[in-house]
Design a protein around this ligand. Sequence first.
Ligand code: SF4
Length: 475
Amino acid sequence: MSTFLGMPVTAPSGVGNLRGDRTFPEAAHDALADGQLRRNLRHATTTIRGKSGRVIAELPDWQELRTAGSAIKASVMARLPELLERLEERVVAAGGVVHWAADANEANAIVTDLVRATGSERVIKVKSMATQEIGLNEALEAAGIQPVETDLAELIVQLGEDKPSHILVPAIHRNRSEIREIFLRAMPGVDPGLTDDPPVLAAAARKYLRETFLSTRVAVSGANFAIAETGTLAVVESEGNGRMCLTLPDTLITVMGLEKVVPTWQDLEVFLQLLPRASTGERMNPYTTMWTGVTPGDGPQSFHLVLLDNGRSAVLADRAGRAALHCIRCSACLNVCPVYERTGGHAYGSVYPGPIGAVLSPQLTGVEDNASLPYASSLCGACFDACPVKIDIPSMLVHLRDKAPHSRMERAVMRAAAYTMNHPRLYARAQRAAKLARIAGRRGRGLPPPLSGWTTARDLPEPPEQTFRDWWARR
Ligand code: SF4
């Protein structure tokens, strides 16, 4: 029997967190006015960059590892249906149940029904981008089920009724005094004498979470990797909260994007070297938890794997854009991006911020729903250099800019420019006209209306005093 992944449709609107209320330039304008946000971001991204750079420099074969990671991901995309079928077969053979979810609505309904069937009114959660993408917390709350985030930064975001702004450090936009205020306001049973000393804040979260771990029977997780050859799932994390969620409850429900599958354990070895060094700047992840189905008397006795499409088949169908599915969510591209460092993650409107968000979100939703994101970049190429699986984000941004809807005026101007550049005499006349504009005093003032929008945020290059043609003619 062959697996039917469905027609390549984009992620539905009205559910999940892939679309913002405003365009990137509108949201970035407000973010740029927030000095505290910029200070927090600069400090955090500079620290992570430094740490990561030091441990990457220890590996003489880092570039070979990047090449291997990229090749494995390309091969996975080329045979995704076959690998997913293999994964399903192995998970079922090991006592798990596999569910296929075409989109966010289906995935939310599957998870909600599974939790309801257990009778539990609360679930503990391991940090998961896939469940944020589909808006699972909102769906569970609507069904009267309380989701509790157990990653410290996710907990801060949840208690603050906020949105994550970084893939790896979701509360990167918060400093410790803001976190103290959030805990005092929203954490059940917190000590009113709480200070903003980081160990004190961590201890308060630990106390609250320990009680929750021990009294909740259902957990929801994402997955960093799934190994097709044995049906094994893997979650990597730094705090140990994931290990608690994945081992203590009776029921474990894992929501995983289709692209997370890898063929073999040998392939996993490559990513377990790449991911920690590129993300947290560690040589290996403090906690790597792996499980295969269910084991009688040990860990959750009921395991469900929800395989999520939600636009991924549409991304896969675009040969020039599909490499966005290679992403291992390390966030290195965010930490080196000059645009992200100034605007922060909220400006992107999607749960996936930064350079990878600028290419992944528009593809998952359809470019017209996130048309401003491919422009949220200076195309400096720092993201490409930093990416541990060599995703060529700049080329993809240009590809998506081409697919994004353009105004009639812009299309007419581009057609006229192309025509002019294809006709040497006309081009020479245009150059002379540009020189005249310089003499007429437009220098430094941008283009005149109706083209002025182009130069409100860009410098208009000054025409040289002498063109190449002039220079050539004189000789
Ligand atoms: S695109 Fe590359 S650098 Fe950015 S989060 Fe994904 S794997 Fe990391």
